[in-house]
Design a protein around this ligand. Sequence first.
Ligand SMILES: Nc1ncnc2c1ncn2[C@@H]1O[C@H](COP(=O)(O)OP(=O)(O)OP(=O)(O)O)[C@@H](O)[C@H]1O
Length: 256
Amino acid sequence: MPILSVKHLSKIYEGKVAFQALNNIHFAVEKGEFVGIMGPSGSGKTTLLNLIATIDQPTAGEVIIGGRNPHLLNRTEMALFRRRELGFVFQHFNLLDTLTVEENIVLPLTMEGMPLVEMEAKLKRICGQLAIEPILHKRTYEISGGQMQRTAIARALIQKPSLILADEPTGNLDSKASKDVMQTLSAASREASATVLMVTHDPVAASYCDRVLFIKDGQLYNEMYCGDNRQAFFQKIIDMLALLGGGSHDLSTIRF
Ligand SMILES: Nc1ncnc2c1ncn2[C@@H]1O[C@H](COP(=O)(O)OP(=O)(O)OP(=O)(O)O)[C@@H](O)[C@H]1O
């Protein structure tokens, strides 16, 4: 059974002039898959991520995560669902700079009121996976952008959520840090069977995915699988983006 099923999802933004941002999007993501979402600016990527993240409500269609439709939950249940079933990684890291790296990582567990011994065991496991022991006691302003994003990934992974949603995770990083962060995310998906859905404009970042979905004008346009040659996959992504069009912004971050 897929971890995520997006079924005939549509979104119309009501306003003076109604705008259909998503039109009948349908796909599924299996456990442990690392899936990218790409498309020109304004194609509906953020709208799709927001619907899956339960930040916004669909106009039609369903989102099923781990067998449940979170949009049918009440506010309290939805907040709990978001905290337990979803992990978030953002472009701007969203770490609390009054806390240490360690405190940031265990924040979701603190909010659950988890006993200290259990928290420490989970922290130890995640630190081993992401190699962040040396920075655990630093504050966020004492670490690099790449280290901040790895901290955010650790925080997203620590609860073992059903699904990790990443929104432009390399958007604020230089090429070396981007590579490091993408290796971390793809290793997490492989070794910890974490399921990741990532919106990105960056073809290099996308080339770390198992599969990339391309959206155009609110509709699913195409999908491509990586196979065993990441360099060839990268080239296919570039070709697809050129075909999709959408302006130089989409190709501005190329640095293989
Ligand atoms: N709250 C809103 N009200 C009305 N229209 C909206 C709203 N949010 C987004 N849109 C429109 O919906 C379309 C899709 O927007 P969305 O932000 O999902 O695109 P995107 O692919 O994430 O773009 P980008 O790559 O530039 O971030 C755009 O045309 C946008 O103007």
